[in-house]
Ligand binder design. Structure first.
Ligand SMILES: [Zn+2]
Length: 426
């Protein structure tokens, strides 16, 4: 618990630093940190940590070492320019309870640029909203780690316990960035991840599997199309079968209790497709990618087996696929779901911080997406609290974040850190 005078000072200190915070956040959104190009965003985070007086550890992701860790997801890309950055506050004689904060700087592709009102990597502020790819998910949260800590210093205190701020990549495809920080030895008594949540605390999240399916056909000249086999059209029954399985998982009886109140928790999405080589040739190949959600407390391998069986069954009835079954590759997410269990005292501290800022109880919501909270929650020692700003259109067009929600998030974070870790005068 922190006294009223310090609370007031902390809230005010966030306001005082807010222009600088928004400028830094904008600069971070300007870095086009799609997969493979995250290094300049990580450079900026390292610089931000350094300028605000934190120890900086910048290290490369090592796929060979990571592959031996529980929670690893396979990769088909190079990690030659893949970096994690951790900023740390280490008091001379740590007391209190330690904290890991975690945010990601990687973003998903923009889609067609002409659909955007403003260029996605040239963030525009219009009223209370900042627009840009990553402006919602989740660069404001990643930047807020620095500015919540800076606000404490401005209020004349710092945490009495060790605080690590992890800036990671690969959150959108594997989670191997967060895993690399655990492997490096970073840990704490609780984890706070400011993913956009409209100031709700995540009570549970689904897991995610990425599956890639390849179908081979028989290419012939289109004038004799009936003598070949169309690899693209052969995928249609596979889509149908996958969606039937999806609906089975969403029936009331199949739902995990943490998602009982959620209308459609499990989404199976055919999200990428390519195939064929020539408009006047029957296509000889088709490859499509599928994102599959799964409930917590279910083994990833069990769902992989269900998916394999689903495609095998659909192929058995097909005149061509029965003898030429599709092949499956797994790269990207093989991530289990996660239910927030334990960490009651940290949840109470967050509840207290939230009430000061919002004058309302802390709402709790189950997420139908996933975050890096699963890592220490499942494989480590610390529950993961996911709580962040208000964003719209994440992974979509004209993604945006409410500036006032960033300010309130930063205030909640700073109050939470002071309450949870305890403070010492600086
Ligand atoms: Zn995110």
């Amino acid at each position: 618990m922190i006294d009223t005078d310090l609370k007031t000072k902390i809230l005010h200190a966030v306001d005082t630093g807010f222009d600088e915070q928004i400028e830094f956040t904008r600069e971070l959104v300007r870095k086009p940190s799609i997969r493979g190009q995250e290094a300049t965003a990580q450079d900026l985070m390292a610089e931000g940590f350094r300028l605000h007086g934190f120890d900086v550890d910048r290290f490369k992701l090592d796929p060979d070492l990571l592959a031996r860790q529980p929670g690893f997801s396979p990769v088909a890309v190079s990690y030659d320019n893949a970096w994690s950055v951790v900023g740390s506050w280490r008091p001379a004689s740590p007391k209190g309870r330690s904290l890991v904060m975690n945010g990601h700087v990687d973003v998903v592709p923009t889609g067609p640029a002409d659909l955007w009102t403003h260029p996605p990597f040239d963030p525009v502020i219009d009223g209370d909203w900042m627009y840009g790819r990553g402006a919602g998910d989740m660069k404001p949260g990643t930047a807020a780690m620095i500015f919540a800590m800076a606000a404490l210093r401005r209020a004349g205190v710092m945490p009495a316990a060790t605080v690590h701020m992890e800036s990671v990549i690969e959150e959108e495809c594997t989670g191997n960035g967060a895993l690399s920080c655990m492997l490096r030895g970073y840990n704490g008594d609780i984890v706070l991840i400011p993913e956009p949540s409209d100031a709700h605390l995540m009570s549970a999240q689904v897991g995610v599997i990425w599956m890639q399916v390849t179908v081979r056909g028989i290419p012939v000249h289109v004038s004799v199309a009936g003598t070949g086999q169309n690899a693209i059209e052969a995928c249609t029954p596979l889509f149908t079968a996958l969606h039937a399985l999806e609906e089975e998982w969403n029936t009331v009886a199949a739902k995990h209790e943490a998602f009982a109140g959620v209308e459609h928790p499990i989404n199976v999405v055919i999200s990428k497709i390519e195939g064929g080589d020539w408009t006047s040739s029957v296509p000889s190949w088709c490859r499509f990618d599928v994102r599959v959600g799964l409930y917590p407390d279910v083994e990833v391998a069990e769902i992989q087996r269900r998916l394999e069986a689903c495609l095998a069954d659909a192929s058995r009835d097909h005149p061509f696929l029965s003898n030429n079954p599709p092949s499956i590759a797994w790269h990207g997410f093989l991530a289990p779901g996660y239910v927030l269990r334990g960490g009651d005292e940290a949840q109470q501290a967050l509840e207290r911080a939230h009430r000061v800022v919002f004058d309302a109880p802390l709402p709790r919501t189950a997420f139908t997406g996933l975050t890096d909270a699963r890592f220490r929650g499942l494989h480590g020692s610390a529950p993961g609290l996911v709580y962040g700003a208000k964003a719209e259109n994440i992974h979509g067009i004209d993604e945006r974040v409410s500036l006032d929600s960033i300010r309130r998030l930063t205030q909640s974070m700073a109050l939470f850190i002071a309450d949870w870790c305890g403070v010492e005068a600086v």
